[in-house]
Design a protein around this ligand. Structure first.
Ligand code: GLC
Length: 717
């Protein structure tokens, strides 16, 4: 007997798995009317009821499963580690040759992944640190020497290893997860939404009040306008819903993306950073974790989705996390995820080997703080798309998440909830004065915490971790919303700050000297709009604009609704500076002259308006597009996409552009840069089908919206 279709409200409550406790919130994906859902799916209401049951089960699982703690998983260090002969061997090697960085798994097994393989066949892996100085042949030689069969292993317990193998095997056997049937929705009249939520000039003086912990009107509004959304197969175009020229570009992009696939044991595990035959490869022939994120999203947003590569990537990088990471005599934290990895083929022995870089080979030797966050966020996107919750629930996936979080949530000397970082630890992976508390990392940290909050199970220490996460996200959002926010009113306040205020009554809490405000900020700051500044620490505010951090803050709801709207206003108001002729400036403005010399250390690759120092990066288009859709302003994204379509393909999909307006192909830019390609694809797919946004966007967290903050006496009324 046909089941009655549930009401819209019931559907939202059941299907939205963002926050189990928030049953009143609405997710964009499910913002389609029941009629539309039924029209799209012949199974109609029956199919919905199956989904209801699955989701309800998952929610129950998340909330109520017994929280018994397993001793084995709680132990973060491997019991095998000490007894592992490789460890001893490793330390000998270091004594012998201090020039070597050593990276090897706790348990190395021969390729073929036999569980019963003899440990005798284990081999060790060394990367020559002199590589860059050595001749190419020598480098090749050392790579060959370094070949090992790092195919499996690196896990704590046999069961974990076995289940990771099973997960890996199941995708080998083609047991691909069932992707969620896609609903195509299209936003109409969204600019109307923006009009109603924009902050008018007359409201600006009260902006500092508006900015505090308010709900996100933009999202609410766009969800309310769902009756204006239609659904039709013509929008299921994988990005090719435009004119002839842009369709050809989309087609080319899909072909190039496919060509960038990297295979390991016959399965796709990631995408190359770039495929430029005319330039030196350096490490662009590797799979970068952060670069794979947009590629993975493209595969998830595709209709029908191709989630296997994402699953394989998640499992392989998780496996690499299990390696012991050592630079000279120093062992890196267990949770550190690689910046990149590659597959080496030993043609003599017909053996494939994984090589990973955890920062030990990177310029500046900085560990990629963002990799673990991107990994967690992608894991959520994957489960949002496929509903393959079994992957998230694997003990080793849970453990991988916990290790990443433990690195960031451990007690220390911190007086702020923000995360202290070294320069160059994220997308900007060279010295650029972003050490301290850069907005990019804080926003990704917050995003990852909230994603992990949804996926962590209470067992095996998960409950305590969830409690720590809850506290941290409350404190972090308060700190960022209060101290990183800059608009006209706030700038005026800082400009008039008094200094040397001792004690808790201080207004100028970080003792920022007003003379340190750079001149350009006064011109740059529009009356309408605002943004989260680059960095805040004692006596230091980095007023530079960073696109990635601001967009991630919007997507994760780290920025309040009013702030999100104001950020989009700023992009509109300062279009020439932030978008110019080629989207999008990674940072504004560029460091020049004395600042460039002292802050970058005379970096010749980061001269003014080039590369990380004010260069324009097409990959950032997807972030702007997602933020635009979330704030109900898709027209802004469409303008940017049009600019990209005029040149990106013709120019050979460069990594970045140079110049104040982004007119010139970057001096050292790689062509056929994969994330320029996939970034364009996902921007197109999101504009054509905004329901894709649900994979990379969070709803407001009600627990944070009404935080129980202990306010100091100095807190402004
Ligand atoms: C550059 C970028 C970095 C990126 C890498 C690979 O080093 O700065 O963010 O991950 O290239 O594309």
């Amino acid at each position: 007997m046909a089941r009655m279709a549930p009401t819209l409200a019931q559907l939202f409550a059941l299907l939205k798995n963002d926050e189990p406790s928030d049953d009143s919130e609405i997710g964009i994906l499910f913002g389609t009317s029941p009629e539309i859902l039924q029209a799209e799916s012949p199974a109609g209401a029956n199919e919905l009821s199956v989904r209801e049951a699955e989701v309800a089960e998952w929610l129950l699982d998340l909330q109520y499963k017994d929280s018994s703690v397993s001793a084995t998983e709680n132990e973060s260090s491997s019991p095998e580690k000490d007894s592992d002969p490789l460890n001893k061997e490793g330390s000998k090697a270091i004594e012998k040759s201090p020039d070597y960085i050593e990276i090897y798994p706790y348990l190395v097994k021969p390729s073929g992944s036999s569980k019963n393989a003899s440990p005798k066949s284990e081999e060790k892996y060394l990367i020559s640190e002199k590589g860059s100085l050595e001749s190419k042949e020598k480098q090749k030689e050392s790579e060959e020497q370094s070949l090992i069969s790092i195919s499996e292993g690196g896990l704590e317990s046999k069961e974990e290893e076995e289940s990771l193998e099973k997960a890996w095997d199941s995708s080998e056997k083609g047991e691909a997860p069932t992707p969620k049937p896609k609903k195509s929705v299209r936003m109409k009249c969204n600019e109307n939404v923006s009009v109603s939520v924009s902050v008018s000039v007359s409201e600006i003086p009260s902006m500092s009040k508006l900015m505090t912990l308010k709900s996100c009107p933009s999202v609410g509004m766009s969800l309310e306008s769902f009756d204006q959304i239609d659904s039709s197969p013509m929008f299921r175009s994988n990005g090719a819903g435009g004119n002839g020229e842009s369709n050809a570009m989309v087609e080319e992009a899909w072909e190039l993306l496919k060509k960038s696939y990297v295979y390991y044991k016959g399965k796709e595990v990631g995408t190359l950073a770039a495929m430029d035959p005319s330039a030196e490869t350096l490490n662009y022939n590797q799979v970068f974790v952060r670069d794979f994120f947009p590629s993975g999203l493209a595969c998830l947003m595709k209709d029908p989705p191709e989630p296997e590569i994402v699953k394989n990537f998640l499992l392989k990088t998780l496996h690499l996390q299990g390696w012991e990471k050592r630079i000279d005599n120093f062992t890196l934290g267990e949770g550190v995820m690689p910046a990149s990895f590659k597959v080496l083929l030993d043609s003599h022995r017909l053996k494939e080997t994984l090589i990973a870089d955890f920062g030990g080979s990177a310029i500046g030797r900085v560990a990629p703080l963002d990799s673990g966050f991107w990994w967690i966020i992608l894991l959520r996107s994957y489960s949002k798309c496929t509903r393959d919750y079994a992957l998230v629930e694997l003990p080793e996936v849970q453990r991988g998440m916990k290790l990443i979080l433990n690195l960031c949530l451990s007690d220390g000397f911190d007086t702020f909830p923000t995360l202290l970082c070294a320069d160059g630890c994220s997308m900007i992976d060279r010295r650029m004065g972003i050490y301290g508390y850069p907005i990019e990392i804080q926003a990704l940290f917050y995003f990852a915490l909230r994603c992990a909050r949804q996926m962590l199970k209470p067992e095996r220490g998960g409950k305590e971790l969830i409690e720590r996460i809850d506290k941290r996200i409350t404190a972090l959002s308060f700190h960022i919303q209060q101290y990183y926010w800059l608009d006209f009113t706030q700038l005026n306040k800082i400009y008039r700050y008094k200094t040397e205020e001792y004690s808790h009554t201080a207004v100028n809490k970080f003792n920022v000297i007003p003379e340190s405000i750079p001149d350009w900020v006064f011109d740059f700051m529009p009356l309408r709009g605002g943004y989260l500044i680059g960095n805040v620490s004692p006596a230091r505010m980095d007023f530079r604009w960073f696109l990635l951090g601001n967009c991630i803050a919007i997507l994760s709801c780290l920025a309040t609704g009013a702030q999100a709207t104001a950020i989009m206003d700023l992009v509109e108001e300062r279009w020439e500076d932030l978008v110019g002729e080629m989207p999008l400036k990674i940072v504004y403005p560029a460091l020049e002259g004395h600042d460039w010399r002292t802050v970058t250390g005379f970096d010749p690759k980061n001269t003014r308006w080039s590369y990380h120092n004010g260069g324009s990066w097409p990959v950032l288009l997807w972030l702007l597009t997602a933020a635009c859709i979330k704030t109900g302003r898709p027209q802004i994204a469409k303008r940017a996409i049009e600019l990209v379509e005029q040149r990106l393909s013709k120019d050979g999909w460069p990594e970045y552009y140079d110049g104040k307006t982004g007119r010139y192909i970057g001096k050292q830019a790689r062509k056929y840069q994969t994330w320029s390609i996939s970034g364009y694809l996902i921007a197109k797919m999101m504009i054509e089908n905004p329901s894709n946004l649900v994979m990379i966007s969070l709803e407001e967290d009600k627990r944070i919206a009404n935080p129980r903050l202990t306010r100091s006496a100095s807190f402004p009324p």
